[in-house]
Design a protein around this ligand. Sequence first.
Ligand SMILES: *Cc1c(COP(=O)(O)O)cnc(C)c1O
Length: 438
Amino acid sequence: MDHFDHHDGRLWCEQVPLDELAAEVGTPAFVYSASTMRDHVSRLREAFEGLDPLICYAVKANSNLAVLRLLRKAGCGFDIVSGGELKRIQRIGADASRVVFSGVGKSVREMTAGLQAGVLMFNVESEAELEILAEVAAHVGQTAGVAIRVNPDVDPKTHRYITTGKKENKFGVDLERGEALARRAIELPGIELRGIQCHIGSQITDVAPYGVAIERTAALARRLQPDAPDLAWLNMGGGYGIYYRDADAPDLADYATAVRPALEGLGLRLIMEPGRVIVGNAGVMLTKVVLGKTSGAKRFVIVDAGMNDLIRPSLYEGYHRIWPVRGDAPPALGTEADAAPVDIVGPVCESGDFLAVDRPLPAVERGDVLGVMSVGAYAFTMSSNYNDRPRAPEVLVDGDQYAVVRERESHDDLVRLERPDAKLRSLGASAGEQESHT
Ligand SMILES: *Cc1c(COP(=O)(O)O)cnc(C)c1O
């Protein structure tokens, strides 16, 4: 479900016509629908009715401050993976007691910041991390709430780059070690075992692996319960699939149905960490046709957005529907009879710079604006300045109004930190302290 609709000869985001918006803010540009995001939060709540989950939105999917503020107002807590994301949610006044801190490589600085902020818990992914966290907690003089991230060894059948719940992935610890790690957490001073967590991957469209993963995770929680007075949460992670093509995602209620039996009578509250499912279908990228060209039998449409703006097609064969913003609505997938297949590519100097390959597209001309759909998640947050391309602006639409919530970068923004005239000096003779990025 989303609030993008083709009618009256053009594509609309809520009640804003996207051809006119493109003329006003320029291209490329990301446009988000506020109503779609709010709807997705309500739908998640409805689907998991009775389980009363704490919804911790995964900030890395889309970390724009306006988006975070909107989701806080919609009642979300947050799942963060870095000190930088912590600073972002602090800026929008997030309640730290509704925040979980994930990540395989948290630095001491990040742990300290999380403790001082008072996050609900750290998702701990290794033995070494737990010991370091205990030391940091002692140093800071605070108790660290933790959940152990276990790896239930299920195959979520998604792209190998976004599979995280198999034994060979770098995330979490296997179930046997998970139990030992949890028992160590119960004993360690300064540490409180508050939860067990698993997150098996992303863009998962088969609900069965969730059922198995939560069953195994819940069984571990049951074994620990008699010895774990503070164990109050079971965290099922995120990863719910969305529709990139037609209707390739299950109903949210199906995920709930898959995990309900394992949670029955467990006496633990549910946490979930959805990212993509809240924001993915809530975004479109507007891009302008620069020119068309033919090479052998191949026809190319070159547009002004590239892999630096949207890396999903290049990085993990991500599919995004693409269609002109003006003109008729796209026909049903697979029935684009007179639309000749083209490669839609960006201007970046890489053969891997494409948005779509062999894709049916009606005839387009220089200057036409295309809408690249379902780019609300893992799009802007993964964008870069490769080829010295300023990052695109982000625009939030709500009803018949819009706001530019992140401006287009300028050339000055890109060179702001460069010091071509910096004086060479010897090691140790430095004037200022070097700060680590974390
Ligand atoms: C990325 C991530 C999520 C969110 O995944 P989605 O597929 O966007 O729902 C949730 N939890 C953890 C630990 C993550 O790393």
